[in-house]
Design a protein around this ligand. Sequence first.
Ligand SMILES: C[S@@+](CC[C@H](N)C(=O)[O-])C[C@H]1O[C@@H](n2cnc3c(N)ncnc32)[C@H](O)[C@@H]1O
Length: 224
Amino acid sequence: MNLDDYLALHCTPESEALAKINRNTHLKTLKPRMLSGKVQGRFLTMIVQMLKPNFILELGTFTGYSAVCMAEGFSSYNSSAHNIGAEIHTIEANEELEYIIKENFEISGFSDKIHLYIGEAKNIIPTIDKKWDLVFIDADKENYSLYFDLVLPYVNVGGFILVDNVLWDGKVLQENTGNPEKLDKKLDKKTKAIIDFNTKIMQDKNVEKMILPLRDGIFLIRKK
Ligand SMILES: C[S@@+](CC[C@H](N)C(=O)[O-])C[C@H]1O[C@@H](n2cnc3c(N)ncnc32)[C@H](O)[C@@H]1O
């Protein structure tokens, strides 16, 4: 058994709804590997159970798997997850995914708690008038830095921003000396954007941070 299988075996299993969404994603999309998966999914559920956030923003819905994982954490606030005020707002650029996402939110039973926006995250973020307790950034890597700048002013003090794929299959280690001037100019755009983003967060004194080496690396960032 490999480590990933061992981790999956030892975490809370997918709910029936999540298993269906996972299967739907494999049947209906070209890149099913983009969904968070069992272990990272349950990490997100547990983060919600620990923080009990009221307002959650997600950038990069894909088929809704991670949003549903977070919504499943609502049951820890109250025996009826539907009687709490918590909401998830999730943004997806690919309009072709809209019907699958909506179908999946119906399957989850949380369509009343999850608000979907179809469009470019950078255009939609400024239109949602909320203060966030938790933000999950999982959209296009080239814009990570922009997304961080756009959301940080609207994150409550003590709120968290989680950013996925910050180890980028280990590619960030190639040249990462912590000194942006020494980066290899031939690095592909996504790798360079993630390395630049990680450096920026490392240097930002307004946030506490650590990279959790789970799956493809998740930056845990807390606004001071
Ligand atoms: C890695 S997937 C998200 C996976 C999802 N969070 C999950 O764990 O199941 C990234 C998603 O971001 C979307 N995306 C890419 N660029 C975007 C943009 N500019 N604005 C909003 N969404 C974007 C993609 O279409 C894709 O569905």
